[in-house]
Design a protein around this ligand. Structure first.
Ligand SMILES: [Zn+2]
Ligand SMILES: [Zn+2]
Length: 346
């Protein structure tokens, strides 16, 4: 046995043990997602670490003005916590929504069955008779049918079930749902698949995602200010420290511009009740074809959209029906002065 084969078998054995200890590492998709998460945390730690290591004035400020630094560190921790919370949250999978409906139906069927139970007494013992049709020979089959009925009810009459069925999950997609090839699942109100978070952004976690971008932007801006304050301070220091700080400042400023644009873009989507996917692929999405560009078919007005996005998140499996032709026509009507006075857009 050569040294190479011994090394190879040792390496393979160590890798197998590693996979047994953490099964998530065996999947290449999870592995890359894990690597990105580690990289993101490291990037945050390096930035803050360099800042505190180079800037002695910042250490003095911690003693003089502890609240200022405490707030900064609090934002730093909150951003990382929000990152992991968003990353671990469900975007609202169609299959989960179907299962939730199945459970709801099962509970409802059980309750109605109990109510229909005819209870008679014979020699002091209870005889319970159940209605066979209530039980159903194939409860899953009946539930699947109720899901199909529910989904079909959200589309215009005459829509074929075949056109709504996802060829990968074999499940009927409600409006605004899309199959994600990275997650290999259909997602409700699909926005996009975020590589940095390693998850999809959909109805279930869009609000958390917005808060994460918001916190990341605030942290980036604050760190930018601290970097500028360090460079502007009239203290004699090594040139290489200045060079590193300028490099960090340039990267931070570019990231800040991107984050701000991203935050504004997602705020616009929320206010108009759109998703990134719907905005980018508007002409290719069947249910959006033929709708004028400036018309937002799912918008219920700025205030209502904002309320539903922020406050009506108790149900993570929200299903939205397609607007009718009359509703689209109403939305296409140009705004008059009276509309602005009566807050039609709100
Ligand atoms: Zn699918
Ligand atoms: Zn995905």
């Amino acid at each position: 046995m050569t040294i190479t084969s011994v090394c190879q078998s040792f390496f393979n054995g160590a890798l197998d043990r590693c996979y047994r200890l953490s099964p998530c590492l065996a999947d290449p998709a999870t592995r890359s997602s894990l690597g990105l998460k580690v990289a993101l945390v490291m990037l945050h730690l390096i930035y803050v670490g360099i800042l505190f290591l180079f800037d002695n004035h910042l250490i003095d400020k911690t003693k003089q003005d502890p609240w200022y630094i405490a707030l900064y560190l609090l934002l730093f921790i909150a951003t990382l916590v929000q990152y992991f919370v968003t990353s671990g949250s469900s975007p609202g999978y169609v299959l989960d929504a179907m299962r939730a409906l199945n459970e709801k139906n099962a509970v409802f069927a059980k309750a109605s069955m109990t109510a229909k139970q005819s209870v008679s007494s014979k020699d002091g013992s209870l005889i319970v008779t159940m209605d066979e049709s209530q039980l159903g020979r194939n409860p899953l089959g009946s539930n699947v049918t109720s899901w199909v009925k529910l989904v079909l009810g959200m589309y215009p009459p005459g829509t074929s079930v075949r056109t709504l069925t996802c060829s990968y999950c074999n499940v009927e997609q409600p409006p605004r749902a899309k199959h994600c090839h990275d997650c290999d699942k259909c997602v409700l109100q699909f926005d996009h698949h975020c590589v940095w978070l390693g998850t999809c952004i959909g109805w279930g976690n869009h609000c958390r995602f917005w808060w994460y971008i918001c916190e990341e932007t605030a942290l980036c801006l604050w760190t930018d200010i601290l970097c500028i304050a360090y460079l502007k301070a009239n203290i004699i220091r090594a040139w290489w420290k200045d060079a590193i700080m300028i490099l960090l400042l340039v990267i931070l400023s570019i990231s800040l511009i991107f984050l701000l644009l991203f935050l504004l873009f997602h705020s616009y989507l929320i206010l108009t009740n759109q998703t990134t996917y719907e905005l980018v692929r508007r002409r290719r999405i069947p249910y959006l074809r033929g709708i004028p560009e400036r018309v937002y078919p799912f918008s219920k007005g700025v205030c209502r959209n904002l309320y539903e996005f922020c406050c009506a998140r108790s149900n993570i499996y929200k299903l939205e029906r397609l607007p009718t032709a009359i509703e689209i026509e109403e939305k296409s009507r140009p705004h008059t002065c009276l509309d602005f006075l009566t807050c039609r857009c709100c």
